[in-house]
Design a binder for this molecule. Structure first.
Ligand code: SAH
Length: 240
């Protein structure tokens, strides 16, 4: 199996990179800033899988987060690496009113955008919201690994305006991030299945300042993310 991870931040990916000893393939995406790390994994059935981890890269000295960078990295990576499955993994905000907790790791069961307010007919409303399909095996995987599922909701900001919250509530969004639906958008165009693995860094309804809570919990959430991703990869590759 050819597995492609799309991850926004180095801090989110580093525990995972260290665990697998994936090697950076320098300048693979030049002149784009995306970074590729790759290794192969042996399965119990003798089959060898390829694990590629792509980071969006940096600009102006910080990791590129958000939809534009995620779309760019996903398209470039799918065109060059031809994955069987794309996994968008990273951190997100959760809602304690919906059972979220810091460092709880979810599998996405759907995705949407919450900050694209485009009035008009239904076609536009549908396009603005996204609602792209997720990999058909996601639910079975979550069940087998005993992982909770939730709907990824994506926007271009870390904060949450009242109009964002309204759309999130109306459409059942649970895992608030800045890349998920953008990655799924490209996957839908490229007919490539997508799986979300998301770890909670902050609680959008806790009253805490989001960036402070995010920063405080980033290392813990990324560690939990690594542990779950190892289980996901073992499962997918039938690793020995
Ligand atoms: N520039 C800062 C902030 C990163 S933005 C830094 O370098 O530390 C936060 C990242 O974590 C995004 O990639 C986003 O997908 C995810 N994220 C975590 N909590 C979020 C929330 N409450 N809302 C939106 N995105 C969140």
């Amino acid at each position: 199996m050819n597995i492609l991870y799309i991850i926004a931040m180095q801090a989110e990916a580093q525990p995972f990179i260290d665990h697998y000893g994936v090697q950076e393939v320098k300048d693979f995406f030049a002149p784009l800033p995306c970074k590729l790390y790759q290794t192969s994994i042996k399965g119990a059935n003798g089959e060898t899988s390829t694990l590629s981890v792509v980071l969006n890269g940096q600009q102006h000295g910080s990791d590129l987060v958000g939809c534009e960078a995620a779309s760019m990295a996903t398209l470039a990576a799918i065109e060059r690496l031809h994955p069987d499955l794309v996994i968008n993994s990273g951190t997100c905000g959760g809602f304690q009113s919906r059972g979220a907790d810091i460092a709880k790791v979810y599998i996405g069961n759907a995705c949407m955008f919450h900050d694209r307010r485009v009035p008009g007919d239904d076609q536009w409303g549908t396009q603005a919201l996204g609602n792209y399909p997720v990999w058909e095996g996601a639910e079975a995987l979550a069940g087998q690994l005993h992982l909770p599922m939730g709907k990824v909701t994506t926007g271009s900001s870390l904060d949450m305006q009242p109009c964002d919250l309204k759309i999130i509530q109306e459409n059942g969004g649970e895992l608030k991030d800045m890349e998920g639906a953008a990655v799924a958008f490209v996957c839908s165009l490229m007919a490539t299945p997508i799986l979300f693995v998301k770890s909670v860094t902050d609680l959008c309804d806790s009253g805490a300042e989001t960036f402070e809570e995010f920063s405080r919990n980033l290392a813990k959430a990324s560690q939990a993310l690594k542990e779950t991703n190892i289980r996901v990869i073992d499962h997918l590759t039938n690793a020995v």
